[in-house]
Design a binder for this molecule. Structure first.
Ligand code: NCD
Ligand code: ZN
Ligand code: ZN
Length: 337
């Protein structure tokens, strides 16, 4: 049987949530991945050192001894250098959300003004704390990411020593921009390598494929696939696995977020194999992240086997039910237990 081994896969953009949902979803990442960037958009958002420490402890309890390192983040606010120096040892990055642009981002930044934000961003650059950004304006939904490119450019130019991660990019414009500035990097999700707006809303509405930023045009997806398959060093995998309860997705007023943690590595393997690019999967899911975040990976080898995997209709536990992308479908790669 055909097998493929990935060493130390990372998921550099994950939503673990809290309480019962955390208990259901965290093990579905920690059983496969060796680590990942944990997003801070809880309610209220993670914004003090004690909150980071407490949240990390709850995650460690939830993953029950799995070999998985949660890289913690803070929700961006204008922080002082003293505060950042103190919190640095417990965080890996800080995540900036424009106010109200996505799930639980109400306390985000009202306007991204490089002068007003300079004290915080300069301190982050000096302390080597990367800035992760949800890059969308509040313009027309299909144009929000492209309109944000000028903001990324301003940030990249004004703070050349700051590592800036363009999170979950969805457009050809973003693929072009990330290659233009040395201090810009990007994550790409599973769904944006696979779907376009047609899959979300072109036929019957598919709430489990609805997320922010919305999936775009075929040419955008093609550009994302091309750069991911190429192994380009500026690009890393970040699933943006974003679980919401089944009832909140299958609702009038569907919550934004696609839950992919339990299927991500298997589907990526299938995608890279289909494009004869399995040789570059290791870079996309591990090596590039280590270089960008300047870290050494712990050993954890994951064996994928070419064997059917029937994706469940939902995952449940602790009173929660959550539906994964491609629920009820069968894919051709599984993780060997
Ligand atoms: C994410 C969530 O549910 O927290 N939703 C999403 O659609 N991507 C938030 C985010 O990453 O923007
Ligand atoms: Zn986001
Ligand atoms: Zn996210």
């Amino acid at each position: 049987m055909q097998t493929y081994i990935v060493n130390s896969p990372f998921d550099m953009h994950i939503h673990f949530r809290d309480d019962n949902m955390l208990k259901v979803v965290a093990p579905l990442s920690s059983s496969t991945f060796v680590g990942g960037i944990i997003m801070p958009n809880l309610v209220p958002p993670v914004s003090t050192k004690q909150e980071v420490i407490d949240y990390k402890n709850r995650i460690m309890d939830a993953i029950k001894g799995d070999d998985f390192t949660p890289f913690m983040t803070l929700f961006f606010k204008p922080y002082t250098k003293e505060f950042l120096s103190d919190v640095k040892d417990v965080i890996t990055a800080i995540k900036l959300y424009p106010a109200g642009i996505t799930t639980n981002s109400e306390g985000g930044v009202e306007s991204i003004d490089t002068v007003a934000l300079a004290p915080t961003l300069n301190a982050m650059a000096e302390l080597n704390i990367p800035l992760c950004v949800h890059g969308e304006t509040n313009g027309f939904v299909m144009d929000r990411e492209s309109e944000f490119m000028s903001v990324y450019e301003e940030l990249a130019i004004a703070f050349p020593k700051l590592t800036i991660i363009m999170e979950h990019i969805t457009t050809k414009d973003a693929v072009d921009l990330v290659q233009k500035y040395d201090n810009l990097y990007a994550t790409i999700t599973l769904q944006h390598l696979l779907i376009t707006l047609d899959d979300v809303a072109g036929g019957m509405l598919a709430p489990h494929l609805f997320c922010k930023p919305i999936a775009k045009r075929p040419e955008d997806r093609d550009a994302l696939v091309a750069i991911a398959l190429s192994g380009n060093e500026k690009i890393m995998f970040g699933s943006d696995s974003a679980p919401h309860p089944k009832h909140a997705k299958e609702a009038c007023g569907c919550a934004a977020g696609v839950f992919t943690a339990p299927i991500a590595l298997q589907v990526l393997t299938q995608l890279f194999e289909t494009h004869n690019s399995l040789d570059n999967l290791q870079k996309f899911v591990s090596d590039n992240a280590c270089k960008i975040y300047n870290m050494k990976a712990k050993e954890k080898s994951v064996t994928l086997v070419k064997k059917d995997f029937s994706i469940p209709e939902y995952y449940e536990g602790h009173g929660e039910k959550v539906v994964p992308m491609y629920f009820g479908q069968t894919i051709s790669w599984s993780i060997e237990n």
